[in-house]
Ligand binder design. Structure first.
Ligand SMILES: [Zn+2]
Ligand SMILES: [Zn+2]
Length: 305
């Protein structure tokens, strides 16, 4: 039988984050009588940095949350302190691109050597991962436009796709793919955060940020047609139980609410075909078999007297 080949992206990538944080510098040039503003994001101290393992989905959620928050205050997101906080935490989009794209990432072995190197940084320099090359190739200043092309919500409208295509493809080209014949996988190695987020965002068709119906935490809806309502299967199950329990409590209250209070009922009681009821006279909570209770709805304590 033919084995299926899967396309596999890595949900975690390593980015260089400068400990000093970043600042935005804007300069204006005049060309043919017109003013051109251009902004760069620069590491305050380019010499002190760490390799940080990042989760792409978390990054996407965090930047989407920050955008929503800033939107309310009608400030340009890319000029807000919330934006700079994100850069300070996750680093530049292109920081590792030059360095990583020149490494011979042609198989899973080199991919895992890179991961080991990033994890043990600043120890363990060897072979292609030499110190000189790293410092020379690391990017510590990039155009703010890099972020806008990828992450400005006003730009991600379908109709504008073609206008941005050239710039978007620049981000996509920051990914390297190779085949792992043992696992039958086509793997994608992102050389930088920009490549990884481009792949994440567009392979999931600009996923929306939603609030879970059960726990209200934010999640990315990557379903076809954006119909996901819960952040996880666990929350979906919990919501189902909550609904079922409410339904049961309401029915019991309609019938026996005069003498009993059912607020202490648990989902497990339904499964066990039992009823947990507090007597309104003696205030004691009793556990009853459902069948018996509906035949004779009497408090087990009061009836003994
Ligand atoms: Zn949830
Ligand atoms: Zn009672």
């Amino acid at each position: 039988m033919k084995k299926e080949i899967n396309l596999k992206t890595n949900p975690a990538i390593y980015n260089v984050v400068h400990k000093s944080g970043y600042t935005i510098n804007t300069s204006v040039t005049i060309r043919n009588g017109s003013k051109f503003r251009h902004s760069t994001i620069d590491a305050i101290d380019k010499n002190s940095f760490i390799f940080k393992k990042l989760n792409i989905a978390e990054f996407y959620i965090e930047i989407s949350e920050a955008q929503k928050e800033v939107e309310i205050n009608k400030i340009d997101f890319f000029e807000s302190k919330e934006f700079l906080n994100i850069v300070n935490k996750y680093g530049l989009l292109t920081a590792t691109h030059k360095f990583a794209s020149e490494l011979p990432i042609i198989d899973t072995t080199t991919e895992s050597i890179y991961a080991n190197f990033a994890e043990s940084f600043p120890e363990n320099f060897s072979g292609d991962f030499n110190e000189e090359k790293l410092y020379e190739k690391l990017i510590y200043s990039e155009l703010l436009a890099e972020w806008k092309v990828l992450l400005d919500p006003k730009r991600s409208v379908g109709a504008k796709w073609s206008v941005n295509e050239f710039f978007l493809n620049k981000h996509f080209n920051r990914n390297i793919n190779f085949i792992d014949t043992q696992k039958n996988e086509i793997r994608i190695f992102s050389t930088c955060l920009g490549g990884a987020i481009a792949l994440y965002k567009y392979s999931k068709n600009n996923p929306e940020l939603k609030s879970c119906k059960f726990c209200s935490s934010n999640f990315v809806d990557s379903s076809k047609g954006n119909i996901q309502k819960f952040c996880s299967e666990t929350c979906r199950a919990k919501e189902y139980r909550r609904k079922k329990l409410d339904y049961e409590k309401n029915n019991l209250t309609d019938e026996h609410g005069e003498n009993f209070n059912f607020s202490s009922m648990k989902y497990v009681d339904i499964i066990k075909k039992e009823i947990r009821a507090e007597c309104k006279k003696c205030r004691r909570i009793g556990l009853y078999q459902k069948e018996k209770f509906s035949e004779l709805p009497e408090c087990m304590y009061c009836s003994k007297k």
